[in-house]
Design a protein around this ligand. Structure first.
Ligand code: TXA
Ligand code: MG
Length: 327
């Protein structure tokens, strides 16, 4: 199958209506979209990614009003409305009780909650309003590999397996949405740290918390919980934060990813500094996956990556780095 790249919304919509897959730009990472209500399309998503059926998918909607009919309104906690009002459209995914007769089991891996998100990317929003169904879309990477933030990443990884990539340029946030479920008292619980930090959520709903370790042990409902994910093929080792304890390396076969300054003694063309001189975490998030793609393509034997400050977006970025290193 030939994979075309373009900005033709009519073509993308026609393919999705026909049950085919389309890679879509979002403000976080590129997604691999299919009709979220059609079993055949859902199956194609899992096949194209090589993803186990036990990992549930996110449904993407044009607006919060479009959620009607897919989630059970009487079971939506008040805090969910508050978060939607504050962060949608945007990089927020909510786990809400699904209408069992409408949302296919294959979307949620049989779980009672469905993950829903209202993305902010203008091109994707234009696409969604043309459709009379939500699209299911995991990140458009083969299972376990680095998420794509550029159309070229998708083309390289899934080229030949999907008919069309909707080209929306570079993803602005560069890191996946924050996945938020709800605890026994209706309080928001962060299942996957992402582009909206815990601090930002707490500014709107102060009761928002991370999952307890007991809750984490309870079930592996999120590939975010699998020990490896987002991994380059080249072995990756973490150090820091800071450049004081860089592990010993052979400069001829080593690449490095750092926040503010390059690693001394290593050729600069084997390094990516995410936010030179500034150490800005939003800038680091924007460039993280593209940096991993680039370094992984250099044919080196080892990659070193600096841990980031464990605050704000740094929490989500460190989580991705730990998983990328753990394989
Ligand atoms: O930013 C994003 O969220 C991107 C773009 C394309 O929207 N999508 C994305 O999808 O990252 P994916 O499939 O790569 O990750 C979805 C995460 C996984 O950790 C999955 O386990 C979790 O959301 N998830 C989905 N449905 C769930 C459910 N019903 N219960 C618990 N976790 C769920
Ligand atoms: Mg993913």
């Amino acid at each position: 199958m030939e994979t075309l790249l373009g900005t033709d919304l009519n073509h993308a919509a026609a393919l999705l209506r026909a049950g085919e897959l389309v890679a879509i730009p979002t403000e976080t990472v590129y997604g691999l979209a299919g009709n979220g209500l059609r079993e055949e399309s859902l199956r194609r998503i899992f096949e194209a990614k090589g993803r186990p059926l036990s990992n549930p998918l996110i449904l993407h909607f044009a607006s919060a009003a479009h959620l009607a009919g897919y989630v059970r309104p009487e079971a939506v906690p008040a805090a969910a409305h508050t978060l939607l009002a504050a962060f949608s459209p945007g990089p927020l995914t909510l786990l809400l009780p699904r209408e069992l007769a409408v949302v296919p089991d294959m979307v949620t891996a049989g779980l009672p909650d469905v993950a829903v998100r209202i993305p902010a990317h203008p091109l994707l929003r234009e696409l969604l309003v043309r459709l009379d169904f939500p699209v299911a879309a995991p990140s458009a990477n083969p299972f376990g590999y680095i998420s794509p933030t550029l159309p070229e990443h998708v083309l390289r990884q899934l080229g030949g397996r999907i008919p069309y990539i909707l080209d929306g340029g570079a993803c602005q946030a560069g890191i996946e949405s924050t996945v938020v479920g709800f605890g026994p008292a209706g309080e928001p619980v962060v299942y996957r740290p992402g582009a909206i930090s815990l601090e930002m959520l707490q500014a709107v709903v102060p009761e928002t918390r991370l999952r307890t370790s007991a809750e984490k042990a309870q079930r592996v409902a999120s590939p975010g919980l699998l020990p490896f994910h987002y991994s380059p093929h080249t072995p990756l080792q973490l150090f820091g934060p800071g450049l004081v304890e860089v592990p010993a390396f052979d400069p001829t076969v080593t690449g490095a990813l750092t926040l503010r300054d390059p690693v001394p003694g290593l050729p600069l063309n084997q390094q990516v500094v995410l936010s030179p001189g500034r150490g800005d975490l939003a800038e680091a998030a924007h460039g993280l996956y593209a940096a991993l793609h680039r370094l992984d393509g250099l044919g080196l034997r080892q990659l070193l990556a600096e841990r980031l400050p464990q605050t704000g977006l740094g929490v989500a970025l460190n989580e991705r780095l730990e998983k990328a290193a753990a394989r």
